[in-house]
Design a protein around this ligand. Structure first.
Ligand SMILES: Nc1ncnc2c1ncn2[C@@H]1O[C@H](COP(=O)(O)OP(=O)(O)OP(=O)(O)O)[C@@H](O)[C@H]1O
Length: 269
């Protein structure tokens, strides 16, 4: 579903001083993914630069999730190359990419429903912490201050003892995003982070992503164009598995091909 672009008004686009001349942290070159006879991704290239939030947008079926799956090791590319932090990681499995600092949140909420809110955060913290600190925190059962802040930011502090499965869908999404950020990734892939969230939950998530981007790079698939406008330094538009347009939000919003393929559809939704 193409979400309406007017769910939430943000006052200003993110103020960035993106170092546009640095080498890209993530380089995707001519990436192609074929499922039998169907080409889901066709020679897609993009550069994600240090300190940037890069959004991938496009109509349903454009290939956004396939691109994410290939970058995060869940789908093997048919052709092309992926370079992350200067290493060729093409077709690396997800667990190896995670060790390099890539963390991903999913369109479908991925948390442990039987664990409490706090235990979900502690699991993420355990993955992110060096062993000695991890042991100390395990014994005391404390969340690190950074993770307490994340929990507070998504309004889940008072729910910390509840089982995650008792939370509403929107609250589980918030918890999932908080656990992904607790991993302290170097590259964060967010697949539709605001989908399924109520109007009141979108603002805090957007601010959390903006905060997180001070310490890591973010690649984001998002249907809510107000969120894209607020967060993204750079936007790649996919349509029919290929790059249709690439540039700042203002650049791609002005591109008549994009308006025809995507923005027009959203405006009419
Ligand atoms: N495992 C698969 N086998 C066959 N076809 C697939 C597979 N995964 C995706 N596709 C097809 O590839 C195309 C791109 O799908 P993808 O999910 O990447 O699009 P998307 O841009 O993420 O769409 P949406 O916005 O609806 O999530 C679609 O036509 C989809 O049906």
């Amino acid at each position: 579903m193409v979400a309406r672009a007017s769910l939430q008004a943000f006052e200003h686009p993110r103020a960035v001083s993106a170092p546009l001349l640095t080498d890209p942290v993530l380089k995707v070159r001519a990436l192609t993914v074929q499922f039998k006879d169907f080409v889901a991704l066709n020679e897609v290239s993009l550069d994600l630069r240090d300190g940037c939030i890069h959004a991938v947008i496009g109509p349903n079926g454009a290939g956004k999730s396939t691109l994410f799956n290939a970058i995060s090791g869940f789908v093997k590319p048919t052709r092309g190359q992926i370079e992350l932090f200067g290493r060729d990681v093409t077709a690396w499995p997800a667990n190896r990419l995670a060790r390099l600092g890539l963390a991903r949140s999913f369109q479908i909420c991925a948390i442990f429903p039987e664990l409490s809110v706090e235990e979900n955060m502690l699991v993420a913290q355990a993955h992110a912490s060096p062993p000695l600190r991890l042991l100390r925190r395990r014994l005391s059962g404390d969340l690190a201050p950074h993770n307490e802040t994340l929990l507070a930011r998504v309004g889940l502090t008072s729910d910390r003892r509840r089982q995650a499965r008792e939370l509403s869908y929107g609250r589980r999404r918030l918890l999932e995003i908080a656990t992904t950020l607790a991993l302290k990734p170097r590259l964060l892939l967010l697949d539709e982070p605001t989908s399924g969230l109520g109007r009141e939950d979108i603002g805090p998530v957007v601010e959390m992503i903006a905060d997180a981007a001070q310490d890591c790079c973010v690649l984001l698939v998002e249907h809510n164009l107000k969120v894209v406008e607020r967060l993204a330094d750079h936007v790649t538009v996919l349509a029919n598995g290929a790059v249709l347009s690439d540039g700042s939000y203002q650049d791609v919003a002005r591109d008549h091909r994009v308006r025809a393929a995507y923005l027009g559809a959203a405006a009419d939704a």
